[in-house]
Design a protein around this ligand. Structure first.
Ligand code: 5AD
Ligand code: SF4
Length: 473
């Protein structure tokens, strides 16, 4: 058993991270392990996790498992989990309860937990105590070893826990089963070294490790050849890309090289205001295939809270960066993340946040109540703000955020915008859906042959979370 260790997960060494190109292998005797067996993978959390699940699925298919979207009929269930807030935990443990019932009906069912929660010491202790009917727990650093972990779990009959607390190498040969034929996630880096005081990610995802540029560019070139229209470059803090490689190459260089592959659309998430430099802005401006959409987490507008959060910028410098982006890219949309109710956030602190929202008028914002994560510095801070107060602040913030979001969307009425059509609309089968270059959800009445294409759409109606349009001649 290899259990996660919080103290080890905190360690950052200066050692160079190696790239391994043949670390993932499925032994001959494991290639048929999943024959006539179905797997079900449920993903919680961010795009990084979505992409990890695409890797996990491909690995399972290398072992002859086939996918099902019906959990009840699966022979193997994996929950790829998120640790970012307590409610993500609760959802997973709710699902584990359902798995217990399924296992009572089908004793051969293999079920497990992976992803960020598996990297948490407290979670694994809880699983060992209360949920040890599960078969397998593995983390974010050893996905490539899944065939062997699974084999051990199947043969062992008790819970197999294999979680590494130190990240290891960058593995380049993990297969992927992509969810879409038109847009693809591409990891550019793993981990994070920022250690914002509220955040669990530096512990669950390890030290910052950038992929070498050549592997990223080759992956994008291959996607272009396969007909992909869009790539999203993924990392916890993409603007810091390259800082850990001993080469003189940063995010602006990478963006430029990816733009030159000719892929139609490039997005990148998530940016930290700290590392957003002028050359990046120049490159975004220069290339039409880099989308004018930036997600720029604010977290708080109060300088004293930002300091307690360890964010390394002030209200003033955030607004300056925002204005710089808007003047260089006037048609861009900018969204953000905001946390309310950080320990001891005062009414004045909260008003500073509202003030930034009033100044920046974001296209959208993801808003959260602070959730203490065991092991992070903020979880140990005394807190005198009641949950009722935090809920009221969240409500007030959401009202303001929604007002500006609606105003931003209203500006699209009667405009013609490019939309990458992804498929049929969930709510209305007769409509197609897709996103604008600025990441606005658009529903459009159009024939199915447009799926996978970027088309010009005239916006006819603005709704709360989407827009309706028609094909522009
Ligand atoms: N509590 C609440 N929200 C959090 N986030 C990260 N950690 C926490 C936490 N402990 C939010 C931040 C981040 C987004 C992905 O989740 O706003 O940008
Ligand atoms: Fe969840 Fe963050 Fe981990 Fe993504 S990186 S899965 S959001 S904890």
């Amino acid at each position: 058993m290899l259990k996660p260790d919080l103290l080890k997960a905190k360690i950052r060494t200066k050692e160079e991270v190696l790239t391994k190109t043949n670390e993932y292998i499925v032994k001959e005797n494991l290639k048929q392990l999943g024959l006539n067996k179905k797997y079900y993978v449920k993903t919680y959390g961010c795009q990084m996790n979505e992409h990890d699940s695409e890797n996990i699925k491909a690995i399972l298919e290398d072992m002859s498992f086939t996918e099902t979207d019906d959990m009840e009929s699966a022979d193997l269930i994996l929950l790829n989990t998120c640790a970012i807030r307590e409610n993500a935990h609760n959802k997973v443990f709710g699902m584990v309860g359902r798995i217990k019932n399924l296992k009572e009906k089908n004793p051969n069912l293999i079920a497990g937990i992976c992803g960020c929660m598996a990297q948490e010491e407290v979670v694994v202790n809880e699983i060992l105590e209360k949920y040890n009917f599960l078969d397998i727990v593995f983390g974010t650093h050893n996905i490539h070893n899944l065939p062997n972990i699974l084999y051990t779990a199947i043969n062992k009959k008790d819970l197999e826990v294999e979680v590494l607390s130190i990240e290891g190498e960058v593995i380049e040969n993990i297969p992927v089963k992509r969810n879409s034929k038109y847009k693809a996630w591409v990891n550019i880096m793993y981990g994070c070294d920022k250690f914002c005081t509220y955040c669990i990610v530096p512990y669950t995802r390890g030290k910052q490790r950038s992929r070498e540029p050549i592997y990223i560019i080759d992956e994008v070139k291959d996607l272009v050849e396969k007909g992909y229209q869009e790539v999203t470059l993924l990392g916890q803090n993409v603007n810091a890309y390259g800082k850990d490689l001993n080469i003189n190459y940063d995010m602006s260089n990478l963006l430029e090289d990816v733009a030159k592959t000719g892929i139609n659309r490039i997005r990148f998430v998530t940016s930290h205001p700290w590392d957003f430099n002028d050359s990046m802005i120049e490159v975004i401006k220069k290339y039409d295939n880099i989308m004018p959409y930036i997600h720029l987490p604010l977290q708080s507008g109060s300088d004293s809270i930002l300091k307690l959060m360890g964010r390394r910028y002030t209200k003033k410098s955030y607004i300056e960066l925002y204005n710089k982006l808007k003047s260089a890219l006037p048609n861009s949309s900018i969204t953000t993340d905001i946390i309310v109710g950080f320990p001891n956030e005062t009414e004045e602190d909260f008003n500073e946040t509202l003030d930034v929202v009033n100044t920046c008028k974001f296209d959208g914002a993801f808003t959260f109540i602070f959730s203490p994560r065991v092991g992070t510095p903020a979880a140990k801070m005394a807190d005198n703000v009641s949950l009722e107060e935090k809920n009221q602040r969240l409500y007030k913030l959401n009202e303001l955020v929604n007002k500006y979001s609606k105003e931003a969307n209203d500006r699209y009425l009667n405009k013609i915008v490019p939309v990458l059509i992804e498929g049929t609309s969930e709510k209305d089968e007769s409509m197609l859906m897709g996103y604008t270059d600025t990441m606005k959800l658009v529903n459009v009445k159009a024939p199915k042959e447009y799926i996978g294409k970027i088309i010009n759409v005239k916006i006819k109606e603005i709704k709360t979370w989407s827009m309706d349009g028609e094909i522009a001649e």
